[in-house]
Design a protein around this ligand. Structure first.
Ligand code: MLT
Ligand code: MN
Ligand code: ZN
Length: 309
């Protein structure tokens, strides 16, 4: 299976349009140690022809422009190798790329019942003609074949499972505990190549690592994991926000309560951070934080990164 990182940044991208935090300032200034990143999404293909997006970022058009395998391959007419989109939640940075996939192209969407409800209730997604774009609900904890618009297997299966998190920011109900979050609002994905049985995990949003999620990840070949922030209070200390990482539904990387410490005992063969917020010091190529993460066995993803599983 081929995996392409379309975008490695969290919501807002890097640099973010309205941000002059220390990291964004360096990227705006063209610092070669501060490479810009688009918003998080990966593309995967088992047959090298048809591709699945795991989340569809608002930067999708730019991402396609930079990656020839995702561009139309036929010599005439309307066509796309992007055959399906699998969603991990309903966040703006994960679903709004769907709006760039209008123009009468057939593909499928796979998502939890909760995310499907959010799409179904929001009329703007009617720009995707329902005769051409089938929305398939992904049942939790069941392994299902991923199908293209012709109901042909993409060559891999997906198992979605609950991870700690919350409802999308734009759907939060501030009068309710947990902002009205319900099981299935945020999921992790296990993708398995049917031809060789190899699998990997895609978890770009995760607020904690409970024992059941840790058990799934034990001995995994490959994990892409939530790399939003380095510390819980990073948005506050960089002066750009008031929310902690945990309030936003994300683990932070560093320290005894961070994701790197939590994952340390799990013997995961390859660990890659994705969905990295523009405030995160690991974005700076020679930072002590990046060196610390690498010393702990983590890679920092970047736009255009390729992995073969
Ligand atoms: C998040 O990851 O917390 C969300 O993308 C926030 C947002 O919707 O901006
Ligand atoms: Mn996000
Ligand atoms: Zn910034």
């Amino acid at each position: 299976m081929k995996i392409l990182v379309l975008g490695a940044a969290a919501g807002g991208g890097y640099p973010q349009w309205n941000c002059s935090c220390p990291n964004c300032r360096r990227a705006w200034n063209g610092d070669p140690l501060a490479t810009p990143l688009t918003q998080s999404s990966i593309a995967i293909s088992a047959d090298g022809v048809r591709w699945a997006l795991l989340n569809a970022s608002p930067d999708l058009r730019q991402q396609i422009a930079g990656l020839p395998p995702l561009q139309p391959q036929a010599t005439e007419g309307r066509n796309s190798p992007i055959s399906t989109v699998i969603l991990t939640n309903g966040d703006v940075d994960h679903i709004t790329g769907l709006l760039s996939m209008r123009e009468m192209q057939a593909f499928t969407i796979h998502c939890s019942d909760r995310v499907k409800l959010a799409l179904d209730k929001n009329a703007v997604f009617n720009v995707l003609n329902p005769d051409l774009v089938k929305r398939r609900a992904l049942p939790l904890d069941r392994t299902v074949d991923v199908l293209d618009a012709d109901d042909v297997s993409m060559g891999f299966t997906v198992t979605s499972f609950v991870v700690p998190g919350k409802i999308a920011l734009w759907l939060e109900d501030l009068t309710k505990a947990d902002f009205g979050s319900v099981e299935g609002d945020t999921v992790g994905l296990k993708i398995t190549d049917k031809s060789n049985g190899r699998s990997f995990f895609y978890i770009p949003g995760c607020a904690a690592l409970p024992a059941d999620v840790a058990a799934r990840l034990e001995n995994a070949d490959l994990l892409f994991f939530d790399g939003t922030t380095w510390t819980d209070d990073e948005m506050i200390t960089t002066g750009v926000g008031t929310k902690s990482a945990s309030r936003m539904g994300h683990m932070w990387m560093s320290g005894p309560d961070g994701s790197m410490a939590a994952m340390m005992p799990l013997r995961i063969k390859r660990k890659i951070f994705i969905h990295i917020n523009n405030t995160n010091p690991v974005l700076i190529a020679n930072s002590t934080e990046r060196k610390d993460a690498q010393a702990k066995g983590w890679e920092i993803s970047y736009d255009g990164m390729e992995v073969v599983l």
